[in-house]
Design a protein around this ligand. Structure first.
Ligand code: FMN
Length: 196
C-alpha cells in the first residue's frame, strides 16, 4: 500500500478515513489532540472527530475543561490519528476556531438524551470528591429537565482545527515508511515527501 499523491489532502484524508471505518472495529474517528498553555506546557488526550470538511477537523467538548481553557488562550493544536489495522498515521497541525452556535446546537441535539444530560452534569477536568457526586448531579439534571428538551449548555461546544499542515504516513518494510507532507500555500497546498 502506498500513499496516493493527491493535490487535495482533505480528499485524501476522506479516502483513508473511509478505509479506516471499514478496517477499525472501534472508534476509527478517535484522534489524539495536543494543546499547549501560553507558557509552552503541552498536553494531549483522545477526542472523537465529528466532522471533516475543507474548513477543518471538528470535535466537541466542555469549554471549561483543561483543553478548552488551553485552546481559548492559545488557539493552536495538533491532531494525530493512528489506524493500527492499516498501519497508517495522519498528523495535522493548525489554528483553532470555535464552531458556531447553530452547528453546535445541531450536533448536541443529535446526541442521546443521557449524553446531553451528562454534558450538563460533568464539570470536566475539575476535581470531584467521588463518583457519587457525579451521579448526584446526573440525577439533579435528569429531574430538572424531566421530560422536556435538554438544551446545549453554554459551556459545551465544538472546536475546528483549520489545518496548516497534514502529513500522511504509511508503514513500509524495514522502517522505510512513506511520508507525504501537505503544507498550505495560498489557496492550495504544497506537497513534499519526507525521509521516514
Ligand atoms: C476514545 C476516546 C474518545 C474521547 N472523545 C472525547 C471527545 O470527543 N470529547 C471530550 O471532551 N473528551 C473525549 N474523551 C475524553 C478525553 O480524552 C479527556 O479525558 C477529557 O476530554 C478531559 O480532557 P482535558 O482534561 O485534557 O480537557 C475521549 C476519550 C477517549 C479514550
Amino acid at each position: 500500500m502506498t500513499v496516493t499523491k493527491s493535490k487535495d489532502p482533505i480528499a485524501e484524508f476522506n479516502k483513508w478515513f473511509a478505509e479506516a471505518e471499514a478496517a477499525e472495529p472501534v472508534n476509527p474517528n478517535a484522534m489524539t489532540l495536543a494543546t499547549c498553555t501560553v507558557d509552552g506546557r503541552p498536553s494531549a488526550r483522545m477526542v472523537l472527530l465529528k466532522d471533516v470538511s475543507d474548513q477543518g477537523f471538528t470535535f466537541y467538548t466542555n469549554l471549561e475543561s483543561r483543553k478548552g481553557t488551553e485552546l481559548a488562550n492559545n488557539p493552536l493544536a495538533a491532531l494525530c490519528f493512528y489506524w493500527k489495522a492499516l498501519a497508517r498515521q495522519v498528523s495535522i497541525e493548525g489554528s483553532v476556531e470555535a464552531v458556531d452556535d447553530v452547528e453546535a446546537d445541531e450536533y448536541f441535539a443529535s446526541r442521546s438524551r443521557m449524553s446531553r444530560i451528562g454534558a450538563w452534569a460533568s464539570k470536566q477536568s475539575r476535581p470531584m470528591t467521588g463518583r457519587f457526586e457525579l451521579e448526584k448531579r446526573v440525577a439533579e439534571f435528569t429531574a430538572k429537565f424531566h421530560v422536556g428538551a435538554v438544551p446545549r449548555p453554554i459551556f459545551w461546544s465544538g472546536f475546528r482545527i483549520v489545518p496548516k499542515t497534514i502529513e500522511f504516513w504509511q508503514e513500509h518494510q524495514f522502517r522505510l515508511h512513506q511520508r507525504v507532507l501537505y503544507t498550505r500555500a495560498g489557496d492550495g497546498w504544497k506537497m513534499e515527501t519526507l525521509y521516514p
